[in-house]
Design a protein around this ligand. Structure first.
Ligand SMILES: Cc1ncc(C[n+]2csc(CCOP(=O)(O)OP(=O)(O)O)c2C)c(N)n1
Ligand SMILES: [Mg+2]
Length: 886
């Protein structure tokens, strides 16, 4: 509404102003403020102003007059929903009757059923084999409802439903949405609260990116996310709200299932979560639609001219709403309506049963439809629908709005009977007792309707696909010659990887598919040249003249920019990476993201997002830069990463490498790109790269396969025909200390050695573990030998040193027969130069040489005095406290 410029009635205006002035004079400023607040409320009620920050009145945002007709068959939809409710409940109860420990949830879906069903019947567009589906993020513990619907649609069998949470024997259904476990069904893992909301936002954003870059047409596809009100307390849930508004993502709708409860109790017992979320989302720039009251309230609102209802709603906190929800009509009459004479009159004509039956808006198809439709039509902003529901809706005394609703997994026969009767389910007492699933005949009106609705919406959902065209990777020499033929040229592996990416970006086929991602660290990693070369993505282009416009490296934002500059949000950058890394599946267009970041702020900071990425079969590169606890030097305790490789080793489809040399890195990158883009394997790559400059050797011809497997022999110095006294293993920058230690051992102590460059202790361990298991299970077959076992056979002691904690090289220790000594950087980092740090953490050449001598002394191959002599000669402080205690 526009504010008129002219005063249409100056006398009336004067009266109002005089009245205000008189009141303030008589009653003071507070009285004046009070009157203004009342006026504001009245103005809101009259619809003169929509929102007064921070939130609007406790009522539906869409007035009845604007609600519009309902396009579906309400009675049929209600029947279908009742059947789905039952099947979802029966699935959980059956699993828990059979095996008490399986768990599962009833109350969450019970609260979300109408939200899901309005989506399924009218909004969520599926996959017609041609166009891909909308992206729908389902509340994870409501998964039984999604299974129950897929069962009615004929997409899941009765046996599968009966095997809910029993996946080991095959033919089971996973607890929550897990693409790894159900790769043709679930698209997005949401089981870890907060990951769904942030992922939904970055997916919606990435869809715009693909369109703006002219790579894919989104056909007006929409992103829907149904999340819990408790879940909104996760930092990730709200981390990217402003991004969504800033980038005007009107292809995105959140529906927050505001059942006012989380697991332990009320989300905001002493407050109102809906009002709090409204102000949060408004502040972030979203369009907010509240769906609080069902249609039976409309008549009450119409007669409530003095807004007694709104006053009473405003005065009721969520803990109280929950208690009202858990109790019957009589209780509500006395404890809500009875508190105000106007309200008492308002419901005087209603029976207690009618009062009991007053529904919250999130259980009313008409109200929900109007909200989802308004969200779908809204332009220039993302929309959040705050739907007020009841946790455990329909579960009666055992679970409706109860403190313990979330954990309710079993219902006794009485409770089941009440549920059946309430939802008029076609179940005999016998069927009820057996908790049989209900599926109307294929030609029943229910299933015909359901099929018709899904066909009108293009097909079923959720459905995951993996059929994207492969993308050819150019031959390594075309983009990586500088690395494979380095010939002693000095550079760091960070420089090398950035150059490899820059060169790949120029390839006609793969280049456009690359998505470089940074979280405000491009300059740190020497990538500023990409700003101009490929541009920084911004849907707005560049509305300003950059300060460095004249520079070769100018900061260039563009609508078709290729680089995703996320700002300081590792969670956001990782979510962008996932959107790109799953584009082959979600959009049928394979993209190859490279997210380069401080390695300490990866697995440690956003490890759960990486775990979720693994679940959804992400394909892409994570580049842990400035890696290594002693290699990063000055940055100190919070920045120096000594552990990410241990975490990476626990992610089954993450291939992690810690290469020392640019050529090794190039070979791994090439192998990874081919495996993901050409062979389309469901594994992603984690490579650590360092910022230390040193001369880079050329490729060791023939060692490429061994680099991928995890180790190759770099050097050996025993005379021909003899074996080495010790084996020295190193990875990353510490390999150079290993090489130097081999020289010390030889020159100072006449000890011969083999030097092995270990590119991946985790890959070596995986293969060795696999072979050990195969041998254990096939005791009568010829024993197989692992890469580690073959390379490190015999009994020469092994000394392994890395820039990570000892646990990293120890991943292979049990597969080596010889004594195994691990040196690492356990303890806190601290700032100093590399030499000082390597001495402090005892991973430098001197400590490696001493460790080797000691191992030889232990077996009597050298006298103990030699060790003591070495310690003195290398000036090692033997009384210093161990680094991990300091
Ligand atoms: C990161 C994370 N922390 C804790 C949990 C355990 N958990 C699962 S559901 C739930 C309560 C969810 O409440 P809400 O989001 O309000 O959903 P509702 O069930 O009420 O619809 C909790 C604590 C989880 N899944 N993920
Ligand atoms: Mg909740």
């Amino acid at each position: 509404m526009r504010l008129p410029d002219d005063d249409a009635d100056p006398d009336e205006t004067r009266e109002w102003l005089d009245a205000l002035e008189a009141s303030v004079r008589a009653g003071g400023k507070e009285r004046g403020l009070f009157l203004l607040k009342k006026l504001e409320e009245q103005a809101q009620h009259l619809g003169i102003i929509a929102h007064v920050p921070p939130y609007s009145a406790y009522q539906n945002s869409i007035p009845l007059e604007e609600q519009g007709p309902y396009p579906g068959d309400l009675a049929l939809e209600e029947r279908i929903t009742s059947i789905i409710r039952w099947n979802a409940l029966a699935m959980v109860v059956r699993a828990n009757v059979a095996y008490g420990e399986l768990g599962g949830h009833i109350a969450s879906y019970a609260s979300a059923a109408e939200i899901f069903e309005v989506g399924f019947n009218h909004f969520f567009r599926g996959d017609d084999g041609n166009r891909r589906s909308d992206l729908v993020f389902f509340q994870p513990h409501s998964a039984p409802g999604v299974y129950a619907r897929a069962y009615l649609e004929g997409r899941l069998t009765e046996a599968e439903l009966a095997n809910y949470r029993q996946e080991v024997g095959g033919n089971g259904l996973s607890s929550y949405p897990h693409p790894w476990l159900m790769p043709t069904f679930w698209q997005f893992p949401t089981g870890s609260m907060g990951i769904g909301p942030i992922s939904a936002i970055y997916h919606a954003r990435f869809m715009r990116y693909l369109e703006h870059r002219g790579i894919a047409n989104m056909d007006d596809r929409h992103v829907w996310g149904v999340f819990g009100d408790g879940e909104m307390d996760e930092p990730e849930s709200i981390a990217a709200l402003t991004l969504a508004a800033r980038e005007r993502l009107d292809n995105l709708t959140f529906v927050i299932n505001c059942n006012l409860q989380r697991l332990d109790g009320p989300v905001r017992g002493n407050g109102q979560i809906i009002q709090e979320l409204e102000s949060l989302f408004i502040g972030a720039g979203w369009n907010v639609i509240k769906v609080l009251w069902g249609s039976d309230w409309d008549a009450l609102f119409a007669r409530d001219v003095h807004h007694a209802l709104l006053r009473q709603f405003a005065a009721t906190v969520d803990g109280q709403y929950q208690t009202l929800g858990a109790n019957d009509g009589a209780y509500n009459q006395s404890h809500f309506f009875g508190l105000d004479p106007e309200l008492r009159t308002l419901v005087a004509h209603m029976s207690l049963d009618e009062i009991d039956a007053l529904k919250r808006g999130g259980h009313d198809f008409r109200k929900l439809y109007a909200a989802l439709r308004a969200a779908r039509m809204h332009r220039q902003q993302p929309t959040v629908i705050l739907a007020k529901t009841k946790k455990g809706y329909g579960m009666g005394g055992v679970g409706e709005s109860r403190m313990t609703s979330h954990q309710q997994k079993k219902l006794d026969i009485e409770a089941l009977r009440r549920f059946r009767d309430r939802f008029a389910l076609p179940l005999t007492d016998e069927a009820l007792a057996e908790m049989r699933f209900v599926r109307p005949a294929d030609d029943s009106p229910e299933l015909a309707y359901l099929r018709e609705r899904r066909a009108a919406l293009r097909g079923p959902l959720p459905k995951r696909r993996a059929d994207a065209a492969p993308v050819t990777v150019p031959s390594l020499v075309t983009y990586g010659r500088f690395a494979v033929d380095a010939a002693g040229h000095e550079m760091s592996t960070t420089t090398a990887v950035v150059r490899l990416i820059s060169n790949l970006l120029k390839d006609g086929e793969l280049g456009p598919r690359i998505v470089p991602i940074v979280a405000d660290e491009a300059r740190t990693f020497g990538m500023a040249n990409l700003f101009r070369q490929i541009g920084i993505y911004s849907p707005l282009g560049q509305l300003y003249e950059p300060e460095d416009a004249a520079s070769m490296l100018r900061y260039r934002e563009a609508t078709d920019g290729q680089l995703l500059e996320e700002g300081i949000t590792e969670a956001g950058a990782l979510s962008s990476w996932v959107a790109a890394a799953t584009s082959y599946s979600v959009h049928g267009v394979a993209m190859l993201p490279f997210y380069i970041y401080y390695s300490m702020f990866g697995f440690q900071r956003v490890g759960d997002l990486i775990w979720a990425a693994a679940d959804q079969r992400a394909r892409g590169f994570l580049l842990g830069a400035t890696a290594g606890r002693t290699t990063l030097g000055g940055e100190g305790l919070q920045h120096q990463d000594g552990s990410s490789h241990v975490a990476a080793a626990t992610v089954p489809n993450c291939r992690a490498y810690d290469p020392a040399f640019a050529w090794e890195l190039a070979v791994i990158l090439d192998h990874g790109a081919r495996s993901m883009m050409e062979r389309q394997e469901d594994a992603f790559y984690y490579l650590t790269v360092m910022n230390e400059n040193y001369p880079q050797p050329s490729r060791v011809a023939g060692a490429e396969d061994d680099v991928i497997r995890g180790m190759y022999r770099y050097a050996a110095n025993p005379p021909a025909g003899t074996t080495a006294d010790v084996r020295l293993l190193g990875s990353g920058t510490i390999l150079r200390e290993i090489i130097a230690a081999a020289d010390l051992l030889h020159e100072d102590w006449r000890v011969t050695s083999e030097v092995w460059s270990v590119t991946s202790f985790s890959e070596l361990a995986r293969e060795a573990r696999d072979i050990e298991r195969a041998n254990r299970l096939h005791p009568l077959d010829d024993a197989r030998v692992s890469h580690v076992g073959r390379n490190l056979s015999g009994n020469a002691p092994v000394v392994a040193a890395t820039d990570y904690v000892c646990a990293y090289p120890q991943l292979i220790a049990s597969y080596v027969d010889a004594p195994f000594i691990a040196l690492g950087t356990d303890g806190f980092g601290r700032s100093d130069n590399r030499t000082a740090l390597r001495s402090f953490f005892e991973v430098d050449r001197r400590h490696i040489a001493v460790a080797a001598l000691h191992a030889l002394a232990e077996r009597g191959a050298v006298p103990r005095s030699a060790v003591a002599k070495a310690l003195a000669q290398y000036a090692i402080d033997v009384d210093a406290a161990s680094p991990w205690t300091r």
